[in-house]
Design a protein around this ligand. Sequence first.
Ligand code: HEC
Ligand code: HEC
Length: 145
Amino acid sequence: MKKPFTAAIVATSLLFAMGTMATAAEKLASLRGTHDIEGSSLKVSKKKLISQEGGFERSYKKQPPLIPHKIEKYRITLKNNGCLKCHSKKNHKKEKAPMVGESHFLTRDGKKLDHVSTRRWFCNQCHAPQLNAKPLVENEFVGLK
Ligand code: HEC
Ligand code: HEC
């Protein structure tokens, strides 16, 4: 007689647990919103790249500045760096572009080179362009003055 009794308790608690799980799931709002999971995905809106004359304000000292122009045409390979066509020591004046930071010429041991250090070769490892995208979640970050 003991067995069916335990089974009944297990079944009731399982039902109870499923009930609480369901209410918890209803309260969770995903970034997908109320869009039906079975339906096809929402159309992704195309974002525009922001070109900002004079550059973007920096949020703190030593921040890698954000890129204020389009970059899709500039390739970086092992031998060539499209960004340096304008930002190198040699070309920046002619191109009216700011020169890469002084730190870009230093090796990891602090030795100054006459060309951009390999540590700074892949520019978009640190510098990023900006899109007119709305933040996915609220963000109250305020930069340092
Ligand atoms: C055709 C020339 C040209 C090329 C190529 C170019 N830039 Fe620029 N870049 C500029 C000019 C001009 C500015 C200054 C824009 C302004 O302040 O209005 C600038 C600004 C910047 C800044 C902002 C500097 C600051 O102090 O705010 C960064 C970072 C930057 N570029 C990174 C890059 C990267 C990374 C690449 C390659 C993917 C690249 N640029 C390719 C011309 C160029
Ligand atoms: C490892 C991260 C890193 C990489 C890689 C890097 N940068 Fe920077 N960059 C920085 C930081 C940090 C600063 C701001 C401090 C400074 O000037 O050194 C900066 C500053 C700059 C500036 C503004 C200089 C000024 O005087 O205001 C330009 C322009 C720039 N970088 C372009 C480039 C280009 C072009 C490349 C690729 C050849 C590149 N950076 C690679 C981190 C990086």
